[in-house]
Each structure stands twice: as C-alpha cells, then as structure tokens.
Write a protein that binds this ligand. Structure first.
Ligand SMILES: [Zn+2]
Length: 284
C-alpha cells in the first residue's frame, strides 16, 4: 500500500468494513467456517483467499489460517461486561499493509462506525509505503521474536534495515523509558503519592515517544501528566498538557475515538474550574 499524494499527519488514510469478523474465543466447527466462506461474494472470497495463509497444522481450515496472520484486533462488539469477547477483523485492503517497527500509520477499530481505520501518524510523502506495526513489543529482539512466532518471518522493515547496532540500543532504551514513565504515571493515578517527575523530563519522554512512533503512548503520557499536574501545579498547567494529549489522540485515533471523549471530559472540567475563578478559557 503506497501513498499516491502527500498525506498529512492525522489524516484518515482509509476506512474499511471487515470482510471477515471472527470471535477470538470461539473455535467454530469446519462446517461453520465453510459456510462463512461460501457466504462471501465471489469477489470478496477471491480477495480473501489471495491473502497469505499461516499454513499452521493447527489452523488447517483456509479461513482460520488467513485470519491468524492477516487480522487486526477489533475489540469487543458490545458494551456488555459479560460478553467482552475480543474479535479479529480481516480486511480486503487494510490486511495487505506491511509491517514496520516504526509504522507511519496507526490502525484503529471504530465501533460506532463498525470499521477499521488507518490514520497517518506523521506526514507521509507521495510514493512512500504505508506501514503499521504488527507488534508493540518494546525491544527490537522482542519484536523480531513476536513476528517470528505469529508470522514465521524475519523482520525486513525499513527501520530495522537502516538501523546500526547503536541505533537499536538507543531505540530499545527510549522505548523502555517511554513505557516505564507511562506505567509509573498510570500507577500514580491510583495512589496518594504524586511522582516528582518534572515537566522538562516529561517533554523529553514525549520526544522519545515521537521518535519511536509510539504515538498512543505519547498521548497517554500527556493525558496522565495532565492528571498528575492538576494536583501539583494547578489547572492552567494541567490544561496545557491536556491539549497536547487531545491533539495526539486526534492525530493517531481520529476525533471520534473514545479516548478523545475522555480527554474532553477533563478539559471541560478544568475550564469550568478556571472560569469559576474569573479566568477566560475555552475547550477544546
Ligand atoms: Zn523491524
């Protein structure tokens, strides 16, 4: 999949309904899988069958072998706590995107529109391949092991091909740092202890996240930083970080994402607090 024109960061590249949507929990009988394949239109079936097959002996049915290595997570289909079963969505077009350890696009399942979407994580020039990350493991060694296990393939992505051993060491360190700070901020939300991490340190971590293409972590850290700084520095500083979080979530997941609605709730709360003190602030 290649960009035919300049695609700006945050642009919706493609939205597509899945061809096959399968529960990750239930393993249907072969006759059910046969019926599911037969129910597809001729064009959809031909395109689905042209996808790579895992050829795993445990996934002997052609439907399951293709779902195993071409599907994206689509999350639960309902809000019912008792039936929070994850689904795997396989697409005619999205499933053909290749992997890169720093993909330039992010996949997002949007339940309200019942479709998968790719958003540009950064500007993508015309002619560049559109890639997503198949694994979010932190170190290069872990990512390569994950790709080997699920797809039985070596990582030939551009990021890994271009990287020197020093680049890999630095990247591994940066990713671990981003994950560590994100998890520490998350834990602090449920603790009475307030982390002493400075705004300058947080800014550096965001730069690492951006460099590594970890844009969901980028947004999450900015959001959690805002929550932490509400207590420590007050609503004006918190609002500044919340705006960074909103921008990052909108860019990576689209403005209809659930995460954006959560950020907005806090934004409206903070602006209400500030207005009650006579200050003029608006959200978003
Ligand atoms: Zn790679």
């Amino acid at each position: 999949m290649f960009a035919t024109r300049l695609i700006r960061a945050g642009e919706l590249i493609i939205a597509e309904r899945p061809t096959v949507l399968a529960s990750k929990k239930v393993s249907p009988e072969p006759s059910f899988n046969d019926a599911a394949l037969a129910a597809l239109s001729d064009g959809a079936r031909a395109s689905f069958m042209a996808l790579a097959d895992s050829c795993s002996p445990e996934l002997s049915h052609p439907l399951l072998g293709r779902i195993a290595i071409n599907s994206f997570d689509s999350g639960p289909m309902t809000d019912d706590e008792d039936t929070l079963v994850e689904f795997a969505a396989t697409y005619i077009t999205l499933s053909r995107a290749n992997h890169d350890c720093v993909g330039n696009a992010n996949y997002q399942w949007l339940k309200t529109r019942w479709c998968g979407q790719f958003f540009a994580k950064r500007d993508i020039p015309a002619g560049e391949e559109i890639t997503v990350s198949y694994t979010f493991a932190l170190t290069q060694a872990e990512r390569h092991a994950a790709l080997k296990e699920r797809y039985s393939c070596e990582c030939l992505c551009k990021t890994c091909s271009d990287a020197t051993p020093e680049d890999v060491r630095r990247s591994d360190q940066q990713r671990k740092m981003v994950a560590h700070v994100r998890d520490a901020l998350q834990s602090a939300l449920y603790s009475s202890l307030c982390p002493t991490v400075s705004e300058e340190s947080l800014q550096r971590v965001l730069e690492h996240a951006q460099e590594e293409g970890m844009m969901i972590s980028y947004a999450t850290i900015a959001f959690l930083a805002s929550r932490m700084l509400t207590k420590r520095e007050g609503p004006v500083v918190a609002l500044k970080w919340l705006k960074v979080a909103r921008q990052a979530y909108v860019t990576t997941l689209g403005k209809e994402a659930w995460e954006v609605s959560q950020v907005d709730k806090h934004g409206w709360f903070l602006t209400t607090v500030l207005r009650s003190r006579g200050a003029v602030y608006s959200w978003p």
